[in-house]
Design a protein around this ligand. Structure first.
Ligand code: BG6
Ligand code: GLC
Length: 970
């Protein structure tokens, strides 16, 4: 092996040093056992005599176990960060500035929290930490597989590995370490990257890995601006690197180019990650992934899974993304001025990056030794060390906690009390570090808890360091004290956690990409291209024409039923009316009092009654008897007994009308199948039931469809309302058509409201190309297969079922719930449409989705919740677009009828889906705008239900003294 400096020099994989020679638990608490880089660089530079021992041990001569001081930072004390020996006031005085009270710590915590939140904003304030998005969107779920190359650039060397992820978290790794000589670390960037590429190729050659293509994860532990998993631009070097020509450039690309220059292996740099991210991704507790990565080594940093919607720089706000806090920079703008000591100022002044990474300089092992040295100098000057005086070594800025008996090494002759003092100094420095680290961890956990809107947060933290027990204990205890609603479980990192984490990031990315492709393919048929929307509009226009014409009526799927309502209300309607409203979610009986506006306008009292499914689907006589029972109950409650009020009947099913008070039920729709009703006049069926009851009289003067009732009800407030739209259990629309076009009704003057019954659009096959196999399944198991095909794409009775069918298939394809069988999903109706509204609502969406799924007994990961939401979105978007396309056809027809260049029309709307779904109405409105640009369509939601409209229709009929259809003023 050549030993030229630019040649990679493989080294033995690093072995963990033996257990500490003595039980000192404080020195280098922040160092990592497996990571030589995290030993302070000063250690190896300065302690040149004698064998380099483990950095975290002191010889037994310095520390007798019996003399170990008690743990510092004992929670409960007012000064929490140091506990100077009460026997030695001088030591106490010198260490005093390092003592921080709980108030001071919680102040730091609050500043840190504010700095983190500011860092997530686009317009960052003065005190911020960078909070860099990493584009890692998912934690591992244990199914990650594959073989990955990993390249870890570290302080003094680089490590190349091949990680085999076999579905369990136990990755098998083969690794090799190549020292990176100083001139490469400080020379030309291109040389450094060539060196990395050569090392990679050499590693592959030595392992005789066959010449296939390799996916590589690159762990690059420097501050980078990341814009994609494989795109990271270096912002600034640190850790002793200062290569030219790299800052501002994409390090993934630089590595890829260097690999290509080697021209010997096919290696694809697929992810570039920060070490914090690798740490988080490489650790898990059983099946629970870590959602926080915490590094306390030479420096300190962290990352965590953030709700994407809080990262303002992201274009999409779906799910979560790992954010690299770069919290080491906290305090660079003065936020910690009140806790910094003169020792900290000295350490900063003597550092390579003065004024920068101030927080890191209080915590990272690169700096702790130097703080300890300065304290010892002070103690020596104060004659608090019995060894007395200082030595040139002690006065030299060397930093780091020495690996051997510190005082001896520094040329002092220590007494036992001196050793005890040194121990206290180090303990105070490290304890302060642990407490400060706790402030930032507590801030981060608080932020996560708030953003996830949880009363309690319970997360696993993947630490890169093998924290010394005392550091760990202080960190955990203080974190709990500062953020009592949060529980952080520190997962013990294993040797290869970080490298494994890099491979896991790559594997997760591959898994997500493959899943995304499969999911997109599965959902594709449910997406409507603009052309498809236009086609639907055109098809409906054509079906409308056919439905209106006598000779084509029978073949048309939209029945275009005349309603004998010829005009919208004009406000002169008066009187007391009964109204029934049957066919939506609720059956209502109403008393509607129509007064002049001055006398209070319309006043309504109503009662909701249930129609049990066995009644809706039993014998027709039973259904109408039940309706009559409800009327009797209502009249009794309202003291109407003995009065025979005129009644308007909103009956939300297709009826052939020959007059206003007669409606032949063509067929049941939605959840009704009551026998013996189809083909009969429902007004007559109602009258018969009243006669059976033989207790009272009913004066039914008008039967109206709910669309008509809604149009009339909204028309009372807006005379421009000439369309009625329902999107609830079912869907349908009515509109004012020119009588000359309604061939079934004689006459050519004026207009008539047409109940389109567009729910049946497509029943003649004209929409077949738009039906997916999910729709076919929903249709097949419905009460009316082959019927109401358009309604089954849009309305509340069916959307949940479509989603359920898609979810079942996603589970079958192992794209959801990791393919775990979900018997609950096999149950028809288990996923009602109201779940779509909940899951798609903004804000708490993911939590809502998880809660909904959990209630169904489905344990959903964040990805599962996201996928379920995506399915809901695709299904409701299609429904909204179809409804919009149909409405555009109606608006265009009205405009065309009237020969207008521009039409202004109001649509009166009702129905739970339209009203309660968070986005449905926008989808409808946007599509109408897109497809009917020459129509200005205003949407007016009916707040009163269509019972009011039925009463208005009845009022007109009464006023003109017969059950005929001419409304006043028209
Ligand atoms: C109600 C109307 O407000 O909406 C009913 O009064 C109509 O007539 C119903 O049928 C439609 O919505 P849903 O969601 O109840 O089917
Ligand atoms: C169904 C009915 C129709 C009604 C609509 C909305 O489509 O057939 O008459 O208007 O549901 O309730």
């Amino acid at each position: 092996m050549s030993s030229r400096q630019d040649e990679p020099v493989p080294q033995e994989p690093h072995k963990e040093a033996g257990s500490p020679a003595c039980p000192a638990q404080w020195v280098g608490a922040a160092g990592t056992a497996q990571d030589p880089q995290s030993r302070s660089r000063h250690v190896t530079e300065v302690v040149s005599t004698g064998p380099v021992r483990h950095p975290r041990t002191l010889p037994a001569t310095c520390l007798g176990p019996a003399r170990l001081p008690q743990p510092v930072g004992a929670p409960g004390g007012s000064q929490l960060c140091s506990l100077p020996d009460p026997r030695c006031p001088q030591v106490q005085r010198v260490l005093q500035p390092l003592s921080l009270s709980l108030q001071q710590l919680s102040r730091v915590q609050h500043h840190m929290l504010a700095a983190m939140e500011a860092g997530l904003r686009l317009r960052k304030g003065a005190h911020t930490v960078p909070m860099l998005p990493t584009y890692v969107r998912s934690t591992p779920d244990g199914t990650e597989r594959g073989s990955f190359l990993v390249l870890e650039l570290r302080e003094r060397d680089l490590r190349v590995l091949r990680a085999e992820l076999g579905g369990s978290q136990e990755a098998q790794l083969k690794d090799r370490i190549f020292a990176v000589p100083q001139d490469l670390r400080e020379g030309k960037g291109e040389k450094l990257f060539d060196f990395m590429a050569k090392s990679l190729c050499q590693f592959l050659d030595d392992l005789h890995i066959p010449a296939t293509s390799h996916q590589l994860g690159f762990c690059f532990p420097f501050t980078c601006i990341t814009t994609g998993l494989e795109t990271s631009k270096l912002q600034s070097w640190s850790k002793g690197y200062s290569c030219s020509g790299v800052v501002g450039r994409d390090v993934g690309q630089l590595l890829q180019a260097a690999i290509q220059r080697q021209a010997s292996h096919d290696i694809n740099v697929m992810v570039v990650v920060n070490d914090t991210v690798a740490t988080m991704m490489g650790c898990r507790l059983g099946t629970k992934p870590c959602e926080v990565g915490l590094i306390v080594g030479a420096g300190t940093n962290s990352c965590f899974m953030e709700e994407a919607r809080y990262v303002e720089s992201l274009d999409d706000n779906e799910g979560r993304m790992c954010v690299n806090t770069e919290w080491g920079t906290f305090g660079d703008t003065g936020a910690m001025a009140d806790i910094l000591t003169t020792y900290d100022e000295h350490v900063d002044a003597g550092s390579l990056n003065k004024g920068k990474h101030r927080f890191e300089k209080l915590i990272g092992s690169l700096y702790l030794g130097e703080i300890a040295r300065l304290l010892l100098v002070q103690l020596a000057q104060d004659k608090a060390l019995h060894a007395g005086g200082t030595t040139p070594q002690l006065r030299t800025q060397v930093g780091a906690v020495p690996p051997q008996c510190l005082l001896q090494k520094l040329g002092l002759q220590p007494s036992d009390p001196d050793c005890f003092t040194v121990q206290q100094v180090c303990l105070a420095v490290v304890t302060r570090a642990a407490c400060l680290c706790a402030t930032s961890l507590a801030a981060m956990l608080t932020h996560m808890r708030k953003n996830r809107e949880l009363p309690q947060l319970d997360v696993c933290v993947g630490p890169a360091a093998f924290f010394r027990p005392r550091f760990r204990q202080t960190l955990l205890e203080m974190t709990k004290k500062l953020a009592p609603e949060c529980t952080a479980t520190l997962v013990s990192a294993v040797d290869d956690s970080r490298a494994q984490g890099v491979a896991v990031v790559a594997a997760v990315a591959l898994r997500l990409e493959a899943q995304r492709r499969e999911v997109d393919q599965l959902l594709q048929p449910l997406r409507l291209a603009p052309r498809a929307r236009q086609q639907v509009q055109a098809l409906l226009q054509c079906e409308m024409e056919r439905g209106l014409r006598q000779e084509t009526h029978a073949q048309a799927s939209t029945r275009m039923l005349p309603t004998y309502v010829r005009a919208t209300p004009d406000g002169s309607e008066r009187g007391d009316f009964l109204a029934l409203d049957l066919g939506g979610t609720n059956f209502r009986v109403l008393l509607v009092k129509l007064r002049s506006r001055e006398a209070g306008g319309i006043c309504m009292v109503s009662e909701i009654y249930s129609i049990p499914p066995e009644v809706a689907q039993g014998p027709g006589s039973q259904l109408f008897d039940h309706i009559v029972e409800c009327i009797v109950d209502f009249q009794t409650k309202q003291g109407l007994w003995g009065r025979t009020l005129p009644l308007g009947f909103t009956f939300s099913f297709p009826c052939q009308q020959k007059s206003l008070d007669q409606g032949i039920l063509l067929n049941w729709t939605k959840g009704f199948t009551a026998s013996g009703c189809e083909g009969k006049d429902v007004v007559e069926l109602l009258r018969e039931a009243v006669r059976r009851k033989n207790q009272f009289d009913l004066d039914v003067v008008a039967i109206v469809n709910d669309t008509v009732g809604t149009m009339m009800s909204c028309g009372y407030d807006d005379p421009n309302c000439e369309v009625g739209l329902i999107v609830g259990t079912g869907t349908n629309a009515c509109y004012m058509e020119e009588l000359r076009n309604v061939e079934a009704v004689p006459g050519a003057e004026g207009r008539m409201c047409i109940n389109m019954e567009w729910g049946a659009f497509g029943d003649n096959g004209c929409l077949d190309e738009f039906f997916t196999h999910f729709d076919a399944q929903v249709d097949r198991v419905s009460l009316n297969p082959g019927k109401q095909r358009f309604e089954k794409l849009i309305s509340g009775m069916y959307l949940g079922e479509i989603v359920r069918m898609v979810l079942v298939e996603l589970v079958e394809k192992e794209l959801l719930f990791q393919g775990r069988p979900c018997p609950a999903l096999q149950t028809p109706g288990i996923f009602p449409t109201k779940f779509l509204s909940t899951i798609e609502s903004d804000g708490l969406a993911l939590r809502q989705a998880s809660a909904v799924l959990q209630n169904l007994g489905l344990a959903a990961s964040v990805e599962d919740a996201l996928l379920v939401r995506k399915v809901c979105q695709v299904v409701s978007l299609r429904a909204g677009q179809l409804c919009g396309a149909a409405l555009a056809a109606v608006a265009e027809k009205i405009r065309d009828n009237r020969g207008l260049a521009q039409l202004a029309v109001t649509v009166g709307v009702d129905g739970t889906l339209y009203k309660l779904h968070p986005h449905f109405s926008q989808h409808v409105q946007q599509t109408v705008k897109e497809l009917a640009p020459r129509c200005t369509v205003t949407f007016l939601q009916s707040e009163d239900g269509s019972g009011k409209g039925a009463a208005l229709v009845a009022a007109v009929a009464c006023r003109i003294g017969a059950h005929v259809c001419h409304l006043p003023g028209h």
